[in-house]
Design a protein. Structure first.
Length: 244
């Protein structure tokens, strides 16, 4: 257990109020950034992308499922992988509970991976998830949105990821991200936003809770503690005083 300075209740209250001031500054900054995000210009998607889904082949426009907004999570799961990325699986653990709220808000959430649909469905069954998840295998979708890279691209020394040239040694053949799309009444689809790398951390409510826990994230590197939810060892037993 990390040791902390002890204080009187009055001293703690003074320190907490000082931190609250900073937290409020952060909230106002987040509101301002959200407004800037909504003000970004849009780009029409002119390429015809097709995905394998449990209901057959579907276009990008059809993934909206009748709604006007679509959020796509770029889930790291390559064609030759045997299981999905642990970090992306951690993210996906947060999806199912959001679906009724997102759908009611005219938003469809879909995960997309390059793994063949059969592998996706098998892994989804293992994890117990129900959110929509489709395969982009054989299409340019992942490449065009800079989340999948060929061996040649990785061997070149740099790849384009997170809107910059990233050294290949910091990249993999699959990387995570989230992209947003809008569909108008004429059926045109627009790309409105994408974020990559740590840009999606605020979507991880588990991290937001840990950030407020006494030991925080307690990690040695980003998400170093994360495993697939069926791979954790049995949690340590509570102290006797807490287990009564």
């Amino acid at each position: 257990m990390q040791h902390h300075q002890l204080a009187s209740k009055a001293e703690w209250l003074e320190a907490r109020r000082a931190l609250l001031k900073r937290e409020k500054e952060f909230t106002r900054l987040r509101d301002a950034i959200n407004a800037e995000r909504l003000a970004l210009p849009w780009v029409e998607v002119e390429k015809d992308y097709v995905f394998d889904t449990p209901s057959g082949r579907r276009s990008l426009a059809e993934l909206f499922d009748g709604r006007s907004q679509l959020m796509i999570y770029h889930f790291m799961f390559g064609p030759d992988w045997e299981a999905g990325c642990p970090g992306c699986s951690f993210m996906a653990d947060h999806f199912d509970g959001t679906l009724p709220h997102l759908n009611n808000h005219d938003v469809t959430l879909v995960a997309v991976s390059r793994a063949p649909l059969a592998k996706i469905e098998a892994y989804r069954k293992r994890m117990g998830w129900s959110f929509p998840w489709v395969s982009s295998f054989g299409s340019d979708f992942n490449s065009d949105f800079h989340v999948s890279f060929t061996k040649e691209e990785l061997a070149s020394g740099k790849v384009e990821y997170n809107f910059t040239q990233t050294p290949s040694e910091q990249a993999f053949d699959e990387l995570p991200g989230m992209s947003a799309f809008s569909r108008d009444e004429q059926g045109r689809v627009f790309h409105t936003y994408s974020s990559y790398a740590r840009g999606g951390e605020e979507l991880l409510s588990t991290l937001m809770i840990l950030d407020r826990a006494p030991r925080g994230r307690n990690e040695t590197s980003t998400l170093s503690f994360v495993k697939r939810h069926d791979e954790y060892e049995e949690p340590a037993r509570a102290h006797a005083c807490c287990a009564a």
